[in-house]
Design a protein around this ligand. Structure first.
Ligand code: ADP
Length: 154
């Protein structure tokens, strides 16, 4: 059976930490769906369409990767596209506690879906989207932290 993983997130914006997780997961799955969540409680700094376009640019030569958006429960989205795996990245102990709770609740909601965690590469462990947004807001150069294919000023 085809192994499909969903990599859900707000990706506000997509960073080299996210890119690395997806590339390292490629040998594990037949398809990876990067799903940009629309969270009613969390306003996005960058518009959804831009975030999706940027991620598509990063993986334009990678046929296993698709980019989409979803609303509602992540496990319901997985079921709707017949994905059996959720992919998440772990940077710190704080990530672990947060991710543990979400993964265990997701398992209770849908026992058929396994969450797979990859540990961040050490050089990416302090990169997060909120720091990148702060750099952009304050007129700094955030390009070292986002994939080369993404121009945040675009
Ligand atoms: P969310 O709002 O769902 O936390 P994010 O876009 O912040 O979405 O993150 C999506 C996933 O990517 C999460 O599993 C997060 O832990 C992981 N992630 C974020 N930054 C990094 C990084 N620098 N290295 C590895 N994983 C990361």
């Amino acid at each position: 059976m085809e192994k499909t993983a969903v990599f859900p997130g707000s990706f506000d914006p997509f960073t080299i930490g996210h890119e690395s997780i997806v590339r390292r997961a490629l040998p594990l799955f037949d398809r990876i769906i990067i799903a940009v969540g629309q969270n009613v409680l969390k306003d996005s700094y960058f518009p959804l369409e831009k975030k999706m376009k940027w991620i598509r640019q990063v993986f334009q030569d990678e046929p296993k990767v698709e980019v989409t958006t979803y609303t509602g429960l992540t496990v319901d989205f997985c079921r709707s596209i017949k994905a059996g795996y959720l992919l998440r990245g772990l940077r710190t102990a704080a990530d672990f506690e947060y991710e543990r709770a979400i993964a265990q609740v997701n398992k209770a909601l849908n026992p058929g879906i396994e969450t797979v965690f990859l540990l961040t590469m050490p050089e990416h462990s302090s990169i997060n989207s909120s720091i990148v947004r702060d750099i952009v807001r304050n007129g700094g150069d955030a390009s070292p932290f986002v994939p080369k294919a993404i121009n945040l000023k675009e």
